[in-house]
Structures are given as C-alpha cells and as structure tokens.
Design a protein around this ligand. Structure first.
Ligand code: SF4
Ligand code: SF4
Length: 422
C-alpha cells in the first residue's frame, strides 16, 4: 500500500510518507528506510527495561473518574512489602545484565505512591548499591503529599514526576477531591512550588466531561512554572464532550504554533512524541511498550502488562517469584504482536499513520468490549486529528523554528530520562 498523503500549507505542497515516516516538500525524494523489526532508530526496546511498581492501592483522594476505582483496584488497602519490590528489582536488573545493558527505569505508582514513601526510599537505596546499574526513576502522584523532605529526595535522584492536574482550580477541583469533599488544587500547587527544578514535572490532564476545552487553560498550568504537559481522555467521556475536546485540540495545536513563533517553547508530550517520531523517521511498531520492555508489579506481587490491567485476573502474567514464566509470557506476547500494527489489525494496515501511531491501546480496546488489537473508533479518530494537525504544524514552521523546537525538547528531556510506557 502507498501510505502517502498530500498537505497544502500556505500554498506549498508537502508529502507525508507513512512508510518511511518522512515529511518532505513536494519534489524531494522519499528517504530510504529499512523495514526491519529491530531497526536502529525504532523506539521500541524488545528487552525488559522498565518496571512499574504499584506500591500501594490506597489513595488520599477519591477522584470520581479514577480507573483504579479511587486508587483501590477494587481491593482492600494494601502496601507492597520490600521483599516483593526487591524480587522485582532483582529480576529487572538480571534481565538487563543478561542483555548486556546497564540502564533500567523504575516507575513508582499507586494509589497514591507517596503514602508509601518509605518504600520508595528503600527501593532507591537498594538499587543504588548496584554500582554498574544506572537507574532512571519515575513517579506518578496526585501531588498533595509533597513535603520539603520528599521533594529534596526526588530532586536529588532526578525523578521524572507525573503530577495530576486537570487544568485551573475550578476544573481540577471538580473531580480531584479529598474524601471530605474538598478540592485538592491548593495543596497540589503548594507541592509544585517546593520544586527548584520544575523541569522534572509533567502535568497530566485527564480530559473529562467537565474540562474538554484544554486550549483555554494550558496557560494556567504553564504559569505554575511547568514546561511539560500530557493529556489523556477519560474513557467515559460523552460524545458531546468529545466533540468539544476535538475542537479544542485543533485550537491548542494552533496556539502551540503561535507560541513557538513567538519563541515561547514548552512541551505538550502528545505533540512532541509525534514531532520527534517524524523528525527521526522512527517507526512505532506498538503504541506502548507494555508487555514487552515495560511490566507492572501489583502491591500483592503479581506481574501485569501495565497498571491499568492490575486486578484484572484474565490479564495476570505471573506471580513475582516465577521469573522464568514471566519471560516466557513476554516472548509469547511478542509473537502475538507480529511485526507491526498492520499485521494485527486491518484498519491499521490501511491507515496512513500506522507507523507514527503504533496501533490501539490494548487496555482501551478491552474496556470497550473488543479484542485487544481492535480499534476503538473514538480514540482512533482523535489520533488521526492529532497526527494531521501536527504534520500541518511542522509544515508551517520555518526551518529555524523547527530546529529551535527540537533543541528545546532535547535540553528539557536531558533533565529527566525515564522510560514511559508510551
Ligand atoms: S489505531 Fe487508528 S490511527 Fe492508529 S494506526 Fe490504527 S487505524 Fe491508524
Ligand atoms: S497505552 Fe494502554 S496498554 Fe499501553 S500502557 Fe497505556 S493503558 Fe496500558
């Protein structure tokens, strides 16, 4: 299939070639690009590289839309024991060493992981005893339990921190409340202010039925000194709200272009991942690393692909002791994934954006009552709007501005190098 699309921007014609993942002015030659599974610049590592530790399934907030049912994963409060974490960390380090690698990533997740800060410290202290291992640390937090002592520790170890923030005070407080019913916004802002290096922070917006107009409040987040923003749509969003979000997404891409032109650089990771994928001609063979180079361990010591599968026993891979069986399951899943999204799903096969997309989120497909490789039309549509808008944005940017933008990303990302599931 000829995976090409023409874009006319400011009277100029550009061709996006989805097979080689390149964008060129009309008349330029398509770059030649090898189509192998393990091409050098593929984003996907096929060896286990990252572990997400769900160190507790309790939370001090009770956000209505939480996929983990208010952090609990439908279970009683549970805190991971150090012995469980140690077994998982040893498995990760052994897997890396077997493949002659010395870089790993550990991501701390909950519930609210800062409720189990002691365990975070203990795990980091343990990992740091491995002199030959370089570990990148990540944390996903609601931001309400940050203290000077915790921030000092997180900054010292250069944690890449995803902090939930649903926009400005009004939007954030609508869902992100304490059990008392009070909103958590003021405490999150106090926590953010404790950071001297705010480049470590990534504000995570959940687009829900109350805050679809993201373009209208991105500046409120940037004003807090945060330079990285990631958005994800709540699966339960209504069709009407989804439409509002799509309109707002287009406005946000327009705003992003204008801000770049005025030299106001920041990172919306949903945009930068597409921009860098195209700039580096990367081919995404899966949408995320889950189940291959990224695994999750639940508080009770069970392996799953990603935190969203925790507690869904049909998707339990193995218990933490059974490392050989985990390896076997990874190999089986790799085979199931075949070579690329087009081989898993006919719609992806016929899609221009196959290789900047990577295919559907397995969890979203399952939650929508489908087979794990089937498409969820709403998400698929959203991605195509995003890809199209970002390609137009790249075409519009003068070469100098494109360079400056990539340089900005590089400098920002050098301050935190963890491996995300996406
Ligand atoms: S999930 Fe949708 S956008 Fe992505 S490759 Fe498949 S068809 Fe294209
Ligand atoms: S994209 Fe889906 S399957 Fe992958 S890590 Fe995210 S929720 Fe899990």
């Amino acid at each position: 299939m000829k995976r090409q699309k023409k874009f006319i921007v400011n009277g100029e014609e550009y061709i996006f070639d989805g097979t080689s993942v390149s964008l060129m002015a009309s008349g330029e030659k398509t770059s030649t690009h090898k189509l192998s599974y393990r091409e050098p610049n593929s984003q996907r590592s096929s060896n286990l590289k990252t572990l997400c530790l769900v160190i507790n399934n309790s939370c001090n907030l009770c956000c209505e839309y939480c996929f983990a049912n208010k952090g609990k994963y439908d279970k009683a409060d549970e805190f991971m024991a150090f012995e469980t974490a140690k077994k998982a960390i040893d498995f990760l380090i052994n897997s890396a060493t077997e493949h002659s690698k010395n870089k790993i990533t550990i991501s701390f997740f909950g519930g609210e992981p800062l409720l189990n800060f002691k365990l975070i410290k203990k795990c980091v202290e343990y990992i740091e005893t491995f002199e030959k291992i370089k570990c990148d640390y990540m944390l996903t937090t609601n931001g309400t339990l940050l203290t000077p002592e915790k921030v000092k520790f997180l900054q010292y170890y250069n944690f890449d921190i995803m902090i939930s923030l649903d926009g400005n005070k009004e939007f954030h407080n609508f869902y992100r409340k304490y059990h008392s019913g009070n909103g958590s916004y003021n405490d999150v802002v106090k926590g953010i202010e404790l950071f001297t290096n705010k480049n470590l922070l990534n504000a995570r917006i959940t687009i829900n039925n109350h805050n679809p107009e993201i373009h209208s409040y991105v500046d409120d987040i940037l004003e807090l000194g945060i330079k990285r923003i990631t958005f994800a749509v709540d699966y339960n969003i209504s069709a009407e709200t989804f439409y509002l979000f799509m309109e707002s997404l287009k406005k946000l891409m327009n705003k992003y272009y204008n801000d770049i032109m005025y030299g106001n650089y920041y990172d919306i990771t949903n945009f930068s991942s597409v921009i860098t994928t195209i700039a580096l001609h990367q081919r995404k063979l899966t949408f995320c690393n889950a189940g291959i180079s990224y695994l999750t361990v639940s508080a009770d010591g069970k392996y799953y692909r990603c935190p969203r599968f925790v507690g869904k026993y049909d998707f339990l891979l193995e218990i933490v002791e059974e490392t050989d069986k985990v390896k076997e399951k990874i190999e089986i899943f790799k085979k199931t994934l075949k070579n690329n999204p087009g081989e898993r799903n006919i719609e992806c096969k016929n899609c221009i954006y196959t290789f900047i997309c990577g295919g559907m989120c397995y969890h979203h497909a399952i939650m929508a009552g489908k087979n794990e490789f089937e498409n969820v039309p709403q998400e698929c549509y959203q991605r195509q709007i995003l890809f199209e808008g970002i390609i137009e944005l790249i075409c519009k940017l003068p070469t100098e501005k494109r360079r400056e933008l990539l340089l900005f990303y590089t400098k920002l990302w050098n301050t935190m190098k963890g491996d995300t599931p996406l």
